[in-house]
Structure formats: structure tokens, C-alpha cells
Write a protein that binds this ligand. Structure first.
Ligand code: AHR
Length: 328
């Protein structure tokens, strides 16, 4: 009987402890504004945020802005009205956030940025940023390319003295697009081979497969036999472009060298199939770091202003070997 009483008491205590800790964790409500679902990368990022929120037992209020800054601003305003504990968001573009962030500051709600950078008049309007370093990604793209050209003694297809590059840019005004563009340009200018290259055309494909395909089609219409290299600001646009290159009777990765950013499974498959040459990783798995940092902020701990996730460079010769280890 004594044993039964002890067991009952122990299980009541365990149930109470569990419910108290659940109640404590559920007290933490985080509003998160995602920009949309424009790419394979973004889907992986969203899934990772949701899974990490569950692991951390966070009450996550998730909002999808469908690629509109105004929707993000509305969502953030709603989170403020709901008195969430912390607001997280991916800034679709870098500017235009000052007013809404002032509202969050007045409401004493800390803001943690994910993935893309933003530019505000007062840095205290957000606590920190977890994410990727687009500028370095752009530099890595050029450095990989310059090496590849040197090693393979790549010659212009039109018989001229310059290798012609076309660029598919990301969303206009996004830090992911401007950072990658600046990083690439700076590395090109710093290269001892800079005179070897000519940027033939550069246009936004909005980080989507469909626009990547359309813009590449128009590049090919104008410069069919001139294009030697494609730099796409993300893998999805490269995957769209590959379709246009093939439709035009050209060989992706052979007639046109293809390098992009992200490292999603789709581009690994294209590399395995011999249709893309390299991808510079932009790691979407930022959820764990985001919620760890959010919890520290809410405990009043100091956190670094910028934390970058780890990123590599992957090439077609290693794609088949690396593919099984890819998480997104
Ligand atoms: O901000 C990260 C970029 O946004 C990724 O490169 C791209 O795929 C996404 O849409």
C-alpha cells in the first residue's frame, strides 16, 4: 500500500512538473514573418523554423507575406498588438523598416532578424541578426569561377578575347541580391585576370525558377553564341535557366558554365546529371540558432549583433558523393 501511495505521489509530481514546464515554455510566444515560398531554399528555411519552434516548445505565430513588404509590416503590427514576447522576420528588402521597428521598440518587444540584412537609421531598432553572409557568398562565386576558368583554360565561344558572363539577380533591393552582386564585383575587380571577363547582361529573376527560365530565354535570344558563363544569385533561377539553355539546343555546364548560390538538392541533382558546375552554399537551417538566440535575449543575456551560419562550396565532381549527406 505504501509503495502504491509513493508511486501515485511520484506520478502526480511528474505530471505537475511536466505541465508547469509546458506552461512555462508555452508562455513564450514568438511572431515570425516569412517572406513567402519563392524557392526550394525558402521552403527548407520555413520547415526548419517550424521544426525548431516545436523542439523549443515555442508558441509560434507564423505569417507568410507572399513576397510583399507591406504584408510583413502588417504582420509585425499584428504581433505587436498581440503582445508577443519577441518578433522575428526575414526582411524581403533591406530598407523601409524604421517606422514599424520603432513601433515594436515603443512596445518593448525585441526584434530578431533572420537570413537577410536590413538597413535602418538606428541599429538599436533590432537586437541581432541570424543568417547568411551574402557578400562573402558573391566573392566565393567569383573566386570559384576564376579558378575553374584558369584550370580548364576556358576560351570564349565567340572567338573573342573576353569570357562573357550573364547574371540572374535576386529580388531587387534584397540584401541577398545586393550582397552577392557586390561580393562578386569586388572579387572580379581584385582578380589578376579581371580583363578576361565581360558582364554581358544582368537582370533580376526574382529568385524564382520560372523567372530564371524566362530571363535566360531572353538572354539567349539576344546573345545565343556569346554567353560563356551564367552566375545565378540562387539555385532555383539556375534550374530554370538550364531549361532554357537546353530548349535552345545548348549544353548547360558545357557550352555555358553555371554557378549559383544555395546548395539545394535540386542543384545537386543537376550537377550529378552534368548540367551545373558549382553551387556556393547559403544555409537555410537557421531555426535552431534563431530560437536559442531568442531565448537568450528574453533572459536578458547579451548576444552578438550578427551571427552567421556555416557555408561551403560544392562542385559537380563531388556532387554524387556529397548528395546523400544533404539535409535540404
Ligand atoms: O535570402 C536567401 C535567398 O532567398 C536564397 O538564396 C534564395 O534561394 C531565397 O529565395
Amino acid at each position: 500500500m505504501k509503495l502504491v501511495k509513493t508511486l501515485v505521489a511520484a506520478s502526480i509530481a511528474a505530471v505537475l512538473a511536466a505541465s508547469v514546464s509546458t506552461a512555462m515554455a508555452k508562455d513564450l510566444t514568438i511572431g515570425f514573418s516569412q517572406i513567402g515560398a519563392e524557392s526550394e531554399w525558402r521552403t527548407a528555411n520555413t520547415n526548419d523554423v517550424k521544426a525548431a519552434a516545436q523542439r523549443h516548445n515555442i508558441n509560434l505565430k507564423f505569417s507568410d507575406a507572399q513576397q510583399k513588404q507591406e504584408n510583413q509590416i502588417k504582420a509585425i503590427r499584428t504581433f505587436i498588438a498581440q503582445k508577443v514576447d519577441l518578433i522575428g522576420f526575414v526582411p524581403i528588402v533591406a530598407t523601409g523598416w524604421d517606422n514599424i521597428l520603432r513601433e515594436a521598440k515603443r512596445a518593448k518587444i525585441p526584434v530578431l532578424i533572420m537570413d537577410r540584412d536590413l538597413s535602418v537609421s538606428d541599429d538599436s531598432l533590432y537586437v541581432a541578426k541570424i543568417g547568411t553572409d551574402s557578400y562573402t557568398e558573391g566573392k566565393k562565386v567569383f573566386n570559384w569561377l576564376d579558378n575553374y576558368v584558369e584550370k580548364n583554360n576556358l576560351k570564349p565561344r565567340d572567338g573573342g578575347d573576353k569570357l562573357n558572363i550573364v547574371i540572374l539577380e535576386g529580388t531587387v533591393g534584397s540584401s541577398a541580391a545586393t550582397g552577392r552582386a557586390h561580393g562578386f564585383d569586388d572579387a572580379l575587380k581584385a582578380s589578376e585576370h579581371k580583363d578576361r571577363y565581360n558582364i554581358l547582361a544582368s537582370q533580376t529573376g526574382d529568385f524564382t525558377r520560372q523567372k530564371g527560365q524566362e530571363v535566360m530565354e531572353s538572354f539567349i535570344k539576344s546573345y545565343r553564341d556569346k554567353i560563356d558563363i551564367l552566375f545565378a544569385h540562387n539555385d532555383d533561377m539556375a534550374l530554370g535557366a538550364i531549361q532554357s539553355i537546353e530548349a535552345a539546343g545548348l549544353k548547360p555546364a558545357k557550352d555555358i558554365v553555371i554557378v549559383s548560390v544555395d546548395g539545394v538538392k535540386g542543384i545537386f541533382q543537376a550537377m550529378i546529371d552534368g548540367k551545373a558546375n558549382a553551387t556556393v552554399e547559403c544555409n537555410p537551417l537557421q531555426g535552431e540558432l534563431f530560437f536559442e538566440t531568442a531565448k537568450k535575449i528574453l533572459k536578458g543575456e547579451k548576444v552578438p549583433k550578427s551571427v552567421f551560419v556555416e557555408e561551403g562550396v560544392f562542385t559537380s565532381d563531388k556532387a554524387a558523393e556529397v548528395f546523400p549527406t544533404r539535409k535540404y
